[in-house]
Design a protein around this ligand. Structure first.
Ligand SMILES: Nc1ncnc2c1ncn2[C@@H]1O[C@H](COP(=O)(O)OP(=O)(O)OP(=O)(O)O)[C@@H](O)[C@H]1O
Length: 258
């Protein structure tokens, strides 16, 4: 049976000690959605991702993953995660690209188990998906921030996730490579039907690739189709954030493909 949603949150709240970070969050993500989560610094975006991933437990509320209560959900490898600043390896770090991607197989096989027979093929396929197959034997630390970020996506892909969760993946990527990075994500979403949840501040750049927007600032202020987000008044957006949030412009489609 097909699960109706990949991810479903009902009235989820979360607090660190006395500080309320998330309040009554309800959110659904369908298979194949490409959701951008927007919000000012400290609005709870990373916390929300960690709750979906099961890294933090909600103070109240329910989470369903692929139609199952998250407390009973075993297939954690279905959720691929690239955390903030995962691309901060220095040049001396002693691991090759191949080894870093291979480490993603642990999620599927468990620690200290043998890699599956087709491991080399899976690693190559994952590197192909992110356009990095030629870098297989290079040291991870020699790559640029953007290239490292692609390798971390390959590391998530090698476990065959159904949903990829990315926390500000373009931090540390130089401007000219941000476009091609988002093109790669759009291709994964379109061609491999991978659901993508992306926390980002690059509203304009990412606009032509996403299907949905969620605006978060402790609570969800908007969740819906990108086009409906664009219909909202400037005042509405400003009121939620305390500062202006740009509209998503469609001209981003015609920007370079670098
Ligand atoms: N381990 C922690 N202990 C206590 N408070 C925390 C902890 N981690 C985060 N917070 C607080 O929770 C709130 C939400 O943090 P979170 O990192 O989820 O926000 P964010 O929207 O991802 O921010 P940014 O855009 O800066 O990454 C912030 O006020 C932060 O200070």
């Amino acid at each position: 049976m097909n699960a109706p949603y990949d991810i479903e949150l009902h009235n989820v709240s979360f607090q660190y000690d006395q500080t309320i970070v998330l309040k009554n969050i309800s959110l659904q993500v369908k298979q194949g959605d490409f959701l951008a989560v927007l919000g000012p610094n400290g609005s709870g975006k990373s916390t929300l991702l960690k709750i979906i991933l099961g890294l933090l437990k909600p103070s109240s509320g329910n989470i369903n993953l692929f139609g199952e209560d998250s407390r009973n959900f075993k297939k954690r490898e279905w959720l691929g995660y690239v955390s903030q600043k995962s691309n901060a390896f220095n040049s001396g770090f002693p691991a090759t690209v191949y080894e870093v991607v291979a480490s993603g197989l642990v999620k599927k096989t468990g620690l200290f188990k043998k890699y599956p027979k087709n491991a080399a093929k899976s690693i190559e396929k994952a590197l192909q998906s992110v356009g990095m197959v030629d870098f297989m034997n290079q040291s991870i630390g020699e790559l640029s921030g953007g290239q490292q970020q692609r390798i971390f996506i390959a590391r998530a892909l090698v476990a065959d996730p159904k949903c990829l969760i990315l926390d500000e993946p373009t931090v540390g990527i130089d401007h000219q490579h941000v476009q091609s990075f988002y093109n790669m994500l759009a291709e994964l979403n379109r061609e491999q039907h991978l659901t993508i949840i992306l926390v980002t501040h690059d509203v304009d750049t990412v606009s032509s690739r996403i299907s949905h927007v969620a605006c978060l600032n402790q609570t969800i202020h908007f969740h819906g189709f990108k086009n409906d987000f664009n219909q909202l008044s400037d005042e509405d957006r400003q009121a939620w954030y305390g500062h202006s949030v740009r509209k998503i412009h469609h001209h981003a489609k015609s920007e370079g493909t670098q």
